[in-house]
Design a protein around this ligand. Structure first.
Ligand SMILES: [Fe+2]
Ligand SMILES: [Fe+2]
Length: 505
């Protein structure tokens, strides 16, 4: 009997152990399958306070009219409290959505979102139900969708359309519905529009659509031509409403570049304008540093394909990679891709520490060029983050050979390491491009993939991808897409005038 008990005990212990091991394995695979989430950037206390105060003011002006009765009863106060907190919670929800959609959103941009809501609520309070909801809600939706994304714009639209200081019974419900539909269309399309011409089309077709739908839903008895007295506060005067909307949308489009520079908004149209190769800085790069320009174009191809594969922001990476090495303009000949192979100034000075300073300068000078040319922050971020805190191994080896008294940290770029998927992809593309160029033209796909993997693993183990938010699956897709691009371009590949020992960039 004791033997049976012992056996049962051993079997149960074994089962429990197995169960726990399987649970641990499941937990491991579950965590591995999850895409890490990026924490939104921190907002200073003073900015939080200002944003909170604006939200309080919005809530007050959206609800104070409830208190304007001869006798205050508890039911009135309860009704006011509900209305006040409803708007306050809606504002918090709006901020939460904007931070979730764009983790890199800064306090100035959140201020813009809440200020636009404050502005609209104030206009509603001043003009009451006499103001055209179309003209006050659709244009801000366009600004928000262009700068902060469609989901934030939709959240903003829902609050602005549904929260009225006056009872919405006084406002035509059909007009509110048309406003909601028009502003939702603008919010969705505004986030996708890639040129100013498309914006202009939107500012013509949306008022036209509003005009037709008002005619159908509200009736053609209000289809009067512009009435001077009613023009600016027209409600339900179909033609004036739509004309006013078209005018305000056109004015908004004119002012969008000002919003871009004041609030640091990065619209698709601005990204594409910056990606124009006729831009003076890019022209200078192609003339003064042709090797770097060629390297930049190849990296664009690699990074664009990888970003498409993981569903990242293609316009952002295309523009970011164009400007990533712009700092090399300060001393093009010090970089291997611009040398003709006859002499290398680094060999002439024979001072690894000085060489490292020159390499780091391409990041510092790049940031100066970015400031001087007013490049938006998300584009400027590619300049330091593509190098991260990578080791300048070639010069570190040279210093060790010369037995210099050095620290390893002196031979690393100053960082920061990539903070987004796009800058991380650029770092990987930057490393792989030089290695793939230096590869034998007859190399097999397997050899190319091994080279890519080696570089990616070295960046990973060095901790360079720690803040990038890239999942293991995405890294796999990036390697595959680099291989696909290499297969496409290898037949017209140009050999760098370099040996495999000094492929620094
Ligand atoms: Fe670089
Ligand atoms: Fe580069």
């Amino acid at each position: 009997m004791p033997i049976i008990f012992k056996l049962i005990k051993q079997i149960s212990l074994y089962s429990v152990h197995n169960f726990i091991t399987n649970l641990k394995k499941l937990n491991f695979f579950w965590r591995r399958s999850q895409v890490p989430t990026k924490e939104p950037i921190q907002i200073s206390t003073i900015d939080k306070l200002i944003i909170f105060l604006i939200c309080i003011v919005i809530s007050i002006i959206s609800s104070y009219k409830i208190l304007l009765v001869p006798f205050l009863q508890s039911s009135i106060i309860i009704s006011w409290s509900i209305s006040f907190f409803e708007v306050l919670i809606s504002c918090s929800f709006l901020i939460l959505v904007s931070r979730k959609e764009t983790p890199t959103i800064n306090s100035r941009q959140i201020l813009l979102i809440v200020s636009l809501l404050l502005f609209v609520q104030a206009i509603k309070t001043i003009f009451g139900s006499g103001i055209s909801p179309l003209s006050i809600i659709v244009p801000p939706a366009l600004i928000i969708s262009q700068g902060m994304g469609s989901i934030t714009a939709l959240a903003w639209v829902s609050i602005a359309t549904l929260s009225w200081p006056d009872s919405i019974i006084e406002i035509n419900n059909n007009l509110l519905l048309i406003t909601l539909i028009c502003s939702s269309i603008v919010s969705v399309l505004g986030g996708k529009i890639r040129s100013r011409a498309q914006l202009l089309q939107l500012s013509i077709f949306v008022p036209l659509g509003a005009l037709l739908s008002q005619w159908l839903l509200i009736g053609n008895d209000k289809f009067s031509l512009v009435d001077n007295q009613e023009f600016f506060v027209s409600n339900g005067q179909i033609f004036s409403d739509s004309l006013l909307l078209a005018i305000i949308m056109l004015i908004t489009i004119l002012f969008i570049p000002i919003f871009e520079s004041v609030f640091g908004l990065l619209t698709k149209a601005r990204l594409l304008e910056l990606a124009d190769k006729e831009k003076p800085l890019i022209r200078r790069l192609s003339i003064e540093a042709p090797g770097t320009f060629e390297h930049t174009l190849l990296i664009c191809g690699l990074a664009e394909e990888a970003t498409r594969m993981i569903g990242g922001d293609i316009d952002l990476i295309k523009t970011g990679s164009l400007y990533h090495d712009i700092g090399k303009l300060h001393a093009p000949n010090w970089f291997i891709e611009n040398q003709d192979g006859s002499k290398n100034p680094h060999d002439e000075i024979d001072d690894p520490l000085k060489s490292v300073e020159i390499l780091q300068a391409h990041v510092d000078e790049g940031l100066k060029y970015a400031r001087k040319n007013r490049l938006p922050k998300p584009i400027a971020n590619f300049i330091p983050e593509h190098q991260g805190t990578l080791k300048m191994g070639y010069f570190l080896n040279r210093a060790e050979e010369k037995k210099l008294n050095i620290k390893e940290s002196d031979f690393r770029y100053k960082g920061p390491i990539p903070q987004s998927k796009e800058t991380a992809i650029l770092m990987l593309a930057d490393g792989c491009e030089a290695a793939l160029r230096a590869m034998d033209i007859n190399a097999s796909d397997q050899e190319a993939l091994e080279t890519i993997s080696k570089i990616v693993i070295s960046r990973q183990t060095d901790g360079q991808l720690d803040d990038s938010n890239l999942s293991k699956g995405e890294i796999f897709l990036i390697k595959k897409s680099f291989l696909n691009v290499w297969k496409r371009i290898r037949h017209r590949r140009i050999q760098y005038p370099t040996t495999k020992n000094n492929t620094f960039s």
